[in-house]
Design a protein around this ligand. Structure first.
Ligand code: DON
Length: 601
């Protein structure tokens, strides 16, 4: 049987167009996605992915599963899953489908930001943290004008007003099928009863000890009473976090923004010299947003608009790269990497100079995503000479007109898609746990420009557009993304952690899948490269051949072998004749504990 399929694949691949070749070549590939006749959840931690699959089995849709998995990740992946952070989400749901218990969403009026696509509706949700009302542009500057990195990453001042609870409860109420209590129940149980610690979490807690033990509440929450680290297989219980989750399940977001959790957070801030007040929490909103959209090689790509700098930069890259025949130059060849890197540097230059929070600064988004601009940028790419960061930095951009995040993807049995990326910023955020509430705070304020041109935790040198200001949201690189076929039917959901590398990770997953003929598993597994203008070098994962490295050096590039980049947990919908028939899931092999879990065989 396998033999037969291989022959058919090879024979057919000789005659078909690239899009069909993607499907026909699949049996010849080295990696394979998990398959399901129902829905699928791909996430960075296996227990949390299993929670989402169980919610699908109970009649939940993609939104219920994504919310259940997100709350579970706040328990099982404390370095990134969170109540005290923020994130973005992009969803597409069909207007009607087989999930019978889910009629409410189909009946109610969509938010004004929703767009019609195919036989359904898509919308984005912005639950990014906001700067507290008392925050000022010089918050992280020392008296001598230098940036205080410790304050920007490890103090109460580094925390933005958290958005996760507002975002998850809001999207679940509007688009979910099941009661919030049902969706949150598994996370509460995991926190209350505990779960056996995996090798990855144990190692991560050990590495984070200097950060987490600096805060007495975090030390109690994450280590044994004698201070030792939980080993693989040890049961890790978080009763205070369980009580916080229960309060949210019972009282909704009010518990977090006006109730018990708001009081506990405000007391911590007032006592410790932080800026977040009860008024900041009460004023927090998670606005719906219209997804950014472009067409790419016969597909429709939807992604997150600003304050994600990820979506806009991804679409700029896709537009610039679309006409290049990357399939012929070949996956990860020197010629392909050179073209991608030159495009990346141009796009990151615009990201860092021009993008920010659209509620507070204006930006030339239409121009950046226009066809003429893509043509202009393409002309700037020399076919075989690297243009240095200094050279690019000296050129003007269009004038202004007026390690550790986590991504999960869900598909349900109606083809509904959710891509959501959430974060505390760096692993375990600022390392400070809210006393009595059992959750960690983010250090997302470091994503702002502390000082123009000074690199942040990801080496990004940003500008005034992203300065700290009261109520403003820091520019992000998180890029939850959905792809559709030309007829508007759902194809895939993807995204990744990785700070500034998120955008280039998502780009490469899409190029590998849509251009290079790899199936989803191979597309996610393939070695990645990254360039972001500054530092003026290409970071490469293992697996780029030394010959290729030499060819790139001849073109003027500097290369640096880097640790694995990203964790692009992704799902796909495969169509049979007429209707879709199977769903596919891929857990990025770069993380030990990740999993794709099927609703049914
Ligand atoms: O929003 C951003 O761009 C960053 N705070 C994301 C941080 C991140 O991905 C760290 N993960 N590895």
């Amino acid at each position: 049987m396998l033999h037969h399929r291989l022959l058919t694949g090879f024979a057919a691949a000789l005659f078909v167009s690239p899009v069909h070749a993607n499907v026909l070549q699949e049996q010849a590939q080295r990696f394979h996605p998990i398959e399901s006749g129902g829905g699928m959840v791909a996430a960075q931690e296996a227990r949390a992915a299993a929670v989402g699959a169980e919610i699908l089995r109970r009649g939940g849709n993609a939104v219920d599963a994504a919310v259940a998995t997100s709350f579970a990740l706040a328990v099982t992946l404390p370095q990134a899953g969170n109540l005290g952070g923020g994130g973005f989400l992009v969803l597409w749901l069909p207007r009607s489908g087989r999930i019978s218990t889910c009629r409410a969403a189909a009946r109610s009026t969509p938010p004004a930001e929703a767009i019609a696509l195919g036989r359904g509706e898509a919308v984005a949700l912005n639950f990014r943290e906001t700067a507290p009302l008392a925050a000022r542009a010089d918050l992280f500057l020392n008296p001598d004008g230098s940036v205080n990195r410790e304050r920007a990453l490890r103090s109460l001042l580094s925390a933005g007003v958290p958005g996760t609870v507002a975002g998850l409860t809001q999207v679940q109420a509007r688009y979910g099928c099941l009661p919030l209590r049902v969706v949150m129940h598994p996370a509460i149980t995991l926190a209350q009863q505990g779960f056996p610690v995996g090798a990855e979490l144990s190692a991560s807690l050990k590495a984070a000890a200097p950060l987490l033990k600096a805060d007495p509440t975090s030390a109690r929450q994450f280590y044994r009473p004698d201070g030792s680290t939980y080993g693989p297989g040890d049961i890790f219980r978080q009763p205070q976090l369980a009580a916080s989750l229960r309060c949210i399940a019972d009282a909704g977001a009010d518990c977090f923004y006006r109730g018990r959790l708001a009081r506990q957070l405000a007391v911590l801030m007032a006592r410790g010299g932080g800026l977040i007040t009860a008024a900041d929490l009460a004023a927090y909103r998670a606005p719906w947003a219209r997804p950014l959209q472009t067409s790419f090689r016969g597909h429709v790509v939807l992604t997150m608009p600003p304050p994600s700098g990820g979506g806009a930069t991804l679409l700029q890259l896709l537009k610039v790269l679309e006409p290049f025949d990357l399939a012929s130059t070949g996956l990860n060849s020197a010629a392909t990497i050179h073209t991608m890197v030159e495009a990346m540097n141009l796009a990151y230059r615009d990201r860092n100079r021009l993008l920010g929070d659209p509620d507070q600064v204006s930006m030339p988004l239409d121009r950046l995503l226009s066809d003429p601009y893509a043509v202009e940028q393409r002309r700037r790419i020399h076919p075989d000479r690297h243009r240095s960061a200094a050279e690019l930095e000296a050129e003007p951009s269009p004038a202004l007109e007026g390690t550790n995040t986590t991504h999960l993807s869900v598909v349900d049995r109606d083809g509904g898609l959710v891509a959501t990326t959430t974060t505390l910023n760096t692993a375990y955020g600022n390392g400070i746990t809210v006393p009595g509430a059992g959750f960690l705070l983010n250090n997302e304020m470091d994503d702002f420009t502390a000082k123009p041109g000074a690199p942040n935790a990801y080496g990004l040198r940003q500008g005034e557009q992203n300065a700290i200001a009261p109520g403003r949201r820091p520019l992000s690189s998180m890029t939850p993304t959905l792809v559709f076929r030309a007829d508007g039917s759902p194809l895939l959901a993807t995204g990744s952690p990785g700070g500034s590398r998120i955008i280039t990770t998502v780009l490469q997953v899409l190029l590998n899948r849509l251009v290079h003929g790899l199936n989803l598993a191979a597309a996610v597994a393939a070695p990645r490269i990254h360039s972001q203008l500054w530092p003026d070098q290409i970071s490469t994962e293992q697996g780029i051949s030394p010959d290729t490295v030499r060819l790139l050096e001849h073109r003027g590039h500097r290369l640096q072998l880097a640790p694995a980049m990203g964790s692009a947990n992704s799902v796909e919908v495969r169509y049979g004749t007429g209707a879709w028939s199977r769903t596919l899931g891929v857990a990025d092999p770069r993380r030990l504990d990740s999993a794709a879990v099927a609703e049914s065989p």
